[in-house]
Design a protein around this ligand. Sequence first.
Ligand code: PMP
Length: 361
Amino acid sequence: MSTTTQSFRPGLEQIAAYRAGKPAPVGPSGRSIKLSSNENPYPPLPAVVAHLAEVLPHAISRYPSIAAEELTAALAQRFDVATENLALGAGSVEVAAQLIHAMTAPGDEVMFAWRSFEAYPILVRVAGAVPVEVALDADSRHDLQAMADAVTDRTRLIFVCNPNNPTGTVVSEAELEAFMARVPSNVLVVVDEAYVHFDRNSDSPSGIDFFRRYSNVAVLHTFSKAYGLAGLRVGYAIAPVPVAEALRKVSVPFAVSRLAQDAAVASLAAEGELQLRIDEMVTERDRLTAGLRATGLPVVPSQANFVWLPLGEASAAMGAAFEAQGISVRTFAGEGVRVSIGDPEENDAVVAAVIAAANRV
Ligand code: PMP
């Protein structure tokens, strides 16, 4: 233990650091299966790996381009937006932090549903702003009416995580429309679409459509989930021009590495192959949901690359049962357990672990 004589920012001691999913100890099968961070179970596409091998010798000794011209141009073309609408970060979590830093002063409020992405309240507190958490409804969905009711004159930013992490639920287009009609135009609504590629719900809103129609909507996307580039750290916002400009001001210079930029560009060019993988993961999600339901567990219908088991007081025991089988999941004691979708063998192991746990009691 070391003592310190330095003084820290007041209030920092009350902020807990972000807790990332950890691999489980190796289980009885001799394997450790990590299903705790909603990662892609597959390696990057061969075309992406080949491209990275080619650029590697040139990508390390020099700083990357801060403007990331190639990636920005590719994204602008993909979404038919101006390059000025784009802001990048080292993962969309960094872009979320930029949004909070750019839009709030100490004491301003940032609203989001709860439970949702665990980084939101941490980033908001670190910025000196005030998190306003609005409970999900009984179906683990956003309660957009309650969120609109909770807007105050201190509200600056509202995150709508769609599909929601950790519940996998989505809002409908009509619900988001009704919500936007109630949110004052000086409040920025950020639709966090980290998991949008896995959404097969026909009445889900497209964040980009809302961005086109409302001057106070931004969309957050990431290359970490469907694209499988979590280890390289690249995400972006599509935002009104003044917002994107502000994000670039508060961003950390050079945070998005050259390799991350190049991998993202190569991934965008390999969209067809990626789509096949995404389809496979959606099929596996539906198979895992059915398999878990067949064991008698409650599973919330998911539009993401994970499933949510709303087990309440039984959550900690179920989380421990998975760990004992060498499977790491994300347990929220008293609420539920989130299990990321793995490859078919890993998903079979999840169902087998539940059956093994049930046989022991
Ligand atoms: N948004 C949501 C809803 C997430 O679940 C995550 C990652 N767990 C992120 C953003 C951040 O992802 P990344 O920083 O890897 O882009």
